[in-house]
Each structure stands twice: as structure tokens, then as C-alpha cells.
Design a protein around this ligand. Structure first.
Ligand SMILES: *[C@@H]1O[C@H](CO)[C@@H](O)[C@H](O)[C@H]1NC(C)=O
Ligand SMILES: *[C@@H]1O[C@H](CO)[C@@H](O)[C@H](O)[C@H]1NC(C)=O
Length: 317
């Protein structure tokens, strides 16, 4: 019985072992833009700079993925980058430019991964919510009182050994489980009940952590978990909380800045960038690469306004 368990464990872990022989130490990750809704704004879409810094802190470079591009443009970009991050924000999950681009990129990621082209995808907050819609085809979210609160994570049984968390140092996992270092700013959540009642989500993701607003238990972290059922590894990860804010955003009093909060952010970034190091897409030429990197765009200091959400943003015309 024991031997059988060990064999099953190894057969599920095998693809990752094979892939880890090669490594891409120059990962480039796409970060999806979204509509900028303020009437007085100097542009039509944006990316908060904290997502860029988060990925850069662990050794990735970033290209912005703008909204309203054609299918062909997204396909060409997809074949040039090593991972994609869907950030938080406030776009419509079905009709926005963010949602339409996310659908194309999600479908490309599923196709790539099912053909053995390892391509990681991360969704944060709105990105988490978008993934619940893309995977289930339904709007399954419920209102929770979680717009401005930092929480410790409640780990599901066995999730310290998950793909995401198993490489974290023990002290970081202990901090995550005991200190309020995960910042939540969402009105909507996927309740554990809705997750359990939806076959698509249940078959696709594994709940890693949950949280509660005092009344409703919701999923706070999940990862793609098709590895054992199909022998294909789907590196798709989602957090309802914001790993990127702790070191880089100072606009709200409930954003944690303790040493353990900052350290945790690094290990989340390190995990995802390491996933991108397993992908070998590349730009067709150095010129196309340098013309695409985020370095081509100017940072705007937006955090001075009293109602600001972000310290710095990239704003696209
Ligand atoms: C995207 O396209 C929609 C119309 O489909 C338009 O209203 C919107 O302004 C466009 N946004 C950007 C950033 O191009
Ligand atoms: C929402 O949660 C906060 C704590 O995070 C609490 O102070 C507040 O009373 C709650 N509001 C409602 C309506 O339950």
C-alpha cells in the first residue's frame, strides 16, 4: 500500500522533474492591462506598477499586455513570453477589454500546457475572479465584507505540500498561517460552497487556502490540479489576496509592511518567476523584445491623490 502511494506520487511529479533539467534564466512575463475609468485620466488603460516590481524583484522582466488587441496580436505575444499575470482591479468579468484578452490568453495557456508547452498563469484578486469565470463559464461570486482587511490564511489540509507552497520556507508558511499579512480588497468572493457545487472548478483547481469575513467562508488561494487526472501539468495559480502590495503600495492603512509580510511577497514572486523559468518562448528578435518591454513606458506617481489606490501606474493612451 505504502509502495503504491509512492509510485503514484512519483508518476504525478514526473513532468516537472523532466522539465527542470532545462531552465530559462531570462524569463519575460506579460502583465495584462485594464480599462482606466476615470474621466479626467490621461489614458484609456493602465497597469499598477506594483505588479511589475513584484515580478522584477524575483528576476523577471515584464511586457505590458494591452487590451483591445486582435487574436493574432495576442497569439504572437503569447509565443514570445514565458508566463502571464492577470492583475487585480475593477473590470467587468465578461465584457471588458481585460476579460476579452484574458479569455484569449487563458485559452492559449490551456492549449499550450495540454501540448506539453509549460506556460504558467497567475491571477490576483480580479484575476482570480476572472479565472473562476473562464473555467466555469459562470458568474459564481458572492458579496463578502472583505474590501479593506489583511488576514492570515487558513491552509487546507495538505496544502503546505502543494505546487505553490511546498518550496516556501517554513517560517514564511508559519507567518502566512498566523499573521494578517495577506491584503484583501475585494467585494466579491468565491465561497467554498460555490466552489464545491461547481464541477468545472472542482475538477480543475485545488483549494489551497480559505478565509472568512466572519459570516462567509471563501476560497483565498487555489492552483490548477489536473496533474494526476490527465498526466498533464497545468501551472495555473490564483490568489484572491494581493501578494504584490506589501512592499510597494502605501495608499491604504491596512496594507501590511512588517518584515514577514515583505518576505512573504518575495517568496510568492519567486515561486511564480521560477514557474516562468520552465517556459522557453522567445521573441522573434531582440528588437521586438526591447520594443515590447515595460521599460518603454513612463511611470506616473499617482499616490499623492487622497483617494489613490496605487502609488505608481503605467498609463496607456
Ligand atoms: C477598447 O474598445 C472599446 C470598444 O470595443 C472602446 O470603448 C475602448 O475605449 C477601447 N479601449 C482601449 C484602451 O483601447
Ligand atoms: C466588515 O469587517 C470589518 C472588519 O474587517 C468590521 O469592522 C465591520 O464591522 C464589518 N462590517 C459589516 C457590515 O459586517
Amino acid at each position: 500500500m505504502k509502495l503504491l502511494t509512492v509510485l503514484i506520487f512519483f508518476s504525478c511529479a514526473l513532468p516537472a522533474v523532466l522539465i527542470s533539467n532545462k531552465r530559462n534564466d531570462e524569463p519575460i512575463i506579460g502583465v495584462l492591462a485594464q480599462e482606466l475609468r476615470s474621466a479626467s485620466s490621461p489614458g484609456t488603460s493602465y497597469i499598477a506598477a506594483s505588479y511589475i516590481k513584484f515580478l522584477e524583484s524575483a528576476g523577471a522582466r515584464v511586457v505590458p499586455v494591452k487590451i483591445n488587441q486582435t487574436q493574432e496580436e495576442y497569439e504572437s505575444l503569447f509565443s514570445s513570453i514565458n508566463g502571464i499575470l492577470f492583475p487585480g482591479g475593477g473590470a467587468n468579468l465578461i465584457s471588458s477589454g481585460y476579460a476579452k484578452a484574458a479569455k484569449i490568453l487563458y485559452d492559449l495557456a490551456l492549449k499550450a500546457n495540454s501540448q506539453g508547452d509549460y506556460f504558467p498563469l497567475w491571477g490576483t484578486c480580479l484575476g482570480f475572479e476572472e479565472l473562476t469565470y473562464l473555467t466555469s463559464g459562470k458568474l459564481l461570486l458572492s458579496k463578502t465584507n472583505t474590501t479593506e482587511v489583511a488576514l492570515p490564511l487558513i491552509f487546507a489540509s495538505g496544502s503546505r505540500e502543494s505546487k505553490m507552497f511546498r518550496h516556501f520556507p517554513k517560517d514564511v508558511l508559519d507567518s502566512l498561517a498566523s499573521e494578517p499579512i495577506t491584503e484583501n480588497s475585494h467585494k466579491w468572493s468565491l465561497t467554498v460552497e460555490s466552489f464545491n457545487n461547481n464541477e468545472e472548478l472542482r475538477n480543475f483547481y485545488k483549494i489551497l487556502t480559505t478565509n472568512s469575513d466572519g459570516k462567509t467562508e471563501f476560497v483565498s488561494t487555489m492552483e490548477g490540479d489536473l496533474a494526476c487526472s490527465t498526466a498533464k501539468d497545468f501551472p495555473i495559480y490564483a490568489s484572491q489576496w494581493h501578494p504584490e502590495k506589501n512592499p510597494f503600495e502605501w495608499t491604504k492603512p491596512y496594507i501590511p509592511h512588517t518584515p514577514s509580510a515583505i518576505k512573504m511577497t518575495f517568496y510568492v514572486a519567486n515561486f511564480f518567476v521560477n514557474e516562468a523559468r520552465k517556459n522557453f518562448h522567445r521573441f522573434p528578435s531582440d528588437k521586438e523584445k526591447t520594443d515590447s518591454l515595460i521599460y518603454n513606458y513612463k511611470l506616473v506617481y499617482t499616490g499623492k491623490k487622497p483617494d489613490a489606490t496605487f502609488e505608481q501606474m503605467y498609463i496607456f493612451k
